[in-house]
Write a protein that binds this ligand. Structure first.
Ligand SMILES: [Zn+2]
Length: 193
């Protein structure tokens, strides 16, 4: 990028690309560390600005920022999904963290494909559940429903999880993400405080 023209007051200030990610942390301070296979980011609520590295493949070219709301619930709460009070508890116990994830264009597309597949899967599941409830749950219907749930779990593990950053845990202070490329995790930790 050429240096800004001093005679042009409308020129954008030059971004601090040469100094690496350390210069940028003022905007979104965070602290990060590695915990086994997970990248743990503290202070995630203050919009941490991660360095320009694709968190899925470690590439440095053509990085864009994807706004993602990560959600996590305690494991015990997930089993309550089948009753109404359980749904309420699920909503109350859900922890959220909003992050801007640096991704290269192709990893961003893969992420979108995973999200679309997840939405489609949930729509199919809910439609099947409504159909079974309205037509009466015979053995065949319940069997079909069970097969659909199994297919959805398989979809989640085989197709969705490898394309996103699965949440290990979210609490008031930290978010732990799995599936971060090792080089990206290293650079994110190095650029943190
Ligand atoms: Zn990538």
């Amino acid at each position: 990028m050429p240096p800004p023209d001093p005679s042009n007051p409308y020129a954008a200030p030059a971004p601090a690309t040469d100094d690496g990610p350390r210069k940028k942390k003022k905007k979104g301070r965070y602290s990060a560390r590695l915990d086994g296979d997970a990248l743990v980011v503290a202070n995630a609520k203050h919009a941490p600005l991660f360095p320009e590295v694709c968190m899925k493949c470690g590439a440095h070219e053509g990085i864009l920022r994807r706004k993602v709301q990560f959600r996590w619930r305690p494991v015990w709460a997930r089993f309550l999904v089948f009753c109404i009070i359980g749904l309420v508890i699920l909503v109350v116990t859900t922890r959220r963290a909003n992050l801007e994830i640096p991704l290269c264009a192709s990893c961003n597309e893969r992420w979108s494909a995973a999200r679309n597949a997840g939405i489609a899967g949930i729509v199919v599941l809910v439609a099947a559940l409504i159909a079974v409830r309205s037509t009466g749950a015979g053995r065949a219907e319940l069997g079909g429903l069970f097969a659909l749930v199994a297919a959805f779990v398989a979809l989640a593990y085989v197709f969705i999880r490898p394309r996103v950053l699965p949440v290990k845990r979210i609490d008031d202070a930290e978010i732990s993400l799995r599936g971060v490329h090792p080089r990206a995790a290293e650079e994110i930790v190095a650029a943190s405080e």
